[in-house]
Design a protein around this ligand. Structure first.
Ligand SMILES: CC(C)(COP(=O)(O)OP(=O)(O)OC[C@H]1O[C@@H](n2cnc3c(N)ncnc32)[C@H](O)[C@@H]1OP(=O)(O)O)[C@@H](O)C(=O)NCCC(=O)NCCS
Length: 205
């Protein structure tokens, strides 16, 4: 049931990952800008398919492809370790040069806070990923603590910065994000039209 949920808005759709997304996810997670910033990825498409197969068995895990309104895939993210109260979000990767990251936030957060009714969201960022730590702060996450050598990524131990957002803070954060999301929605729609004319721009069409 949880694997059928869809959220839409700002020219973006979050739709549940399907088995046929394996090549896209394999490609996305192995892009240079994502390496070392998310957990180690599948080594080939078959391993990605095996990962998706195991994911389908987990009831407290939602993995989404982020696509444009016309269905061009631009990224992915997930909500997992979900309890009645809270969950972790992560696996967030966007294809570079798409203006879809900020527009994707409002429908995604509305989903977890309003539809799932969660009270808090946690996220973990590799400490060297300064850009995303700054971005998460700008979005409205607050740092709670750091965890030294919390995970091995690419064969090396990495420190993780733990961050959190409370549901009571979301309405104001949402209001602050709205003008930027509306402005970028126009760019997402333009980008989508260009991608339709020149499919190499969206790489896995
Ligand atoms: C994380 C990721 C999805 C973000 O997507 P992105 O395309 O880089 O994000 P964008 O550049 O469109 O959006 C961020 C911009 O919005 C700005 N912004 C965000 N919130 C804002 C706010 N409330 N007010 C004003 N500006 C804001 C940021 O400053 C940034 O602008 P900049 O590029 O001038 O610095 C992407 O960088 C990525 O895939 N990274 C690799 C994987 C990764 O690190 N994932 C996170 C794991 S925890």
């Amino acid at each position: 049931m949880i694997h059928t949920i869809v959220a839409e808005g700002f020219g973006i759709r979050h739709r549940p990952v399907r088995m046929e997304d394996a090549p896209f996810l394999f490609w996305l997670r192995n892009l240079e800008h994502a390496k070392g910033k998310v957990g180690d990825s599948a080594a080939d498409v078959a391993s990605q398919e095996a990962w998706i197969e195991a994911y389908f068995e987990r009831e407290n895990d939602c993995y989404f492809v982020i696509e444009t309104a016309c269905g061009v895939p631009v990224g992915a993210w997930g909500v997992y370790d979900m309890t009645d109260e809270s969950a972790e979000i992560g696996r967030w990767i966007m294809q570079p040069k798409t203006p879809a990251a900020i527009p994707s936030i409002i429908p995604g957060m509305d989903l977890v806070f309003n539809e799932f009714g969660l009270h808090s969201l946690r996220t973990k960022v590799v400490s060297s990923n300064r850009r995303v730590i700054l971005l998460d702060r700008q979005i409205g996450f607050k740092e709670t603590h750091s965890e030294p050598a919390a995970q091995i990524i690419g064969g090396k131990p990495v420190d993780l910065i733990h961050m959190e957002m409370k549901s009571e803070d979301w309405p104001q954060i949402r209001k602050n994000l709205m003008p930027m999301a509306l402005m970028l929605e126009v760019q997402v729609r333009k980008w989508e039209q260009e991608a339709a004319r020149a499919p190499h721009l969206s790489s896995v069409l």
